[in-house]
Design a protein around this ligand. Sequence first.
Ligand code: ADP
Length: 449
Amino acid sequence: MFKKILVANRGEIARRIITVARGMGMQTVAVYSDADAQLPFVKEADEAVRIGPAPAKDSYLNVAALLEAAKQTKAEAIHPGYGFISENAEFAKTVAGHGITFVGPPPEAMLRMKDKSEARRLVAEAGVPIVPGSKDTIPDVATALSEAERIGYPVLCKAAGGGGGIGMAVANTPAELERVFRACVDRARAAFSRDTVYLEKYFAAPRHLEVQILGDLEGHTLHVLERECSIQRRHQKVVEEAGSPLFLDGQNAGVRQQLFDAGLKAAKAFGYANAGTVELLYSEGQVYFIEMNARLQVEHPVTELTTGVDLIGWQFRIAAGERLTLQQREITRTGHALEFRIYAEDPVKFFPSPGPLKVFQPPTGPGVRLDAGYAEGDVVTPNYDPMIAKLIVSGDTRAQAISRAKEALANFRIEGIKHNVPLHLRILESEAFVAGRLDTRFLEHHAKP
Ligand code: ADP
């Protein structure tokens, strides 16, 4: 195992990785921007290196500074967490070129899934069902119109280099598509520096299901069951759970098997190793691949808590060349877990709400865990993602997890910023949530203030 690792991330995920690495006997190095110098993750690491000013492009995305920090501290491996440089194949290659291990998939696998349109083609060839859509990226409006005619309206225009729910646009008619297509291309160029886009059939109210994958460098690949992440705002996850209510009490066992088969086939088609997630939509009894994420997922704790599989631990072991000794049949779920993303934002308009955390008193209780990037007195700056913490609650049953979560959220005291704890409480009060009737447009219809 590595003697010393560097965490190329910040906030709650940096803390989590530091804790796991320390538990495995590794020395830890944090890197931080000027905006984060006082945060807990910097104090908790064995060493900390300043990598630049607040803007992410000058710090957490600054490849030269990250590499220099690793060399200076003699770190043998870099864990990227999620976001920032976690899906950057070039970064993975660069660090490998300097004899440092990237804790993630091989760069070739990352490149295969980077372009979402290419990824669709690759997995479809391997027999994975994909959302009906364009075979390729769409060069112009005329092609968009003819492809949409073939697919059938409504259609969704997506950036091939996209992520974070950014830049997607729905068109219900050809006239709308003409407008939407141009806007979609412009947004793709602005957000991802690539203007390639593609079309998918737009499902009215699908569920977002995903399969956790683990694979070693010798080609032993398995799945660590499913998560459901249908509660979203602006196509970004807000509440996640393991398992999906769709499959509670052995319901829809055939669909669940399709989901796992699709996840494993997709991972193998990409030549995947390390931890990754295959994302699918579920609509009218069928599952459809949308993308694979080449990294640890924000919501990985709900899987860890219900399966006992230490995903971050395995990321390190696999990166160090160890074989995945787990077998598929050993992976089973016990109980249920819910994760609530706590955002520093206006809970109605979803605008970020930076500021000082004058009061930050997380709840405690049976089955309650808090992964926070901040402590009371810290300042949430506007430089990064507004997620400040994750409240993760588990129970023997979904009903118990819900009831524990209600109590925990009701006792969570945050003052100084706007936040979405009240939204989470409303979600838990909603009859549809309790009944497990979830879809990606849930918040348009439920949990209104
Ligand atoms: P990103 O990579 O930007 O996160 P994804 O392709 O993973 O985008 O999709 C994010 C979310 O957008 C999904 O969870 C779902 O809510 C919505 N979405 C994506 N594709 C479709 C589709 N074809 N029909 C309906 N909703 C979709």
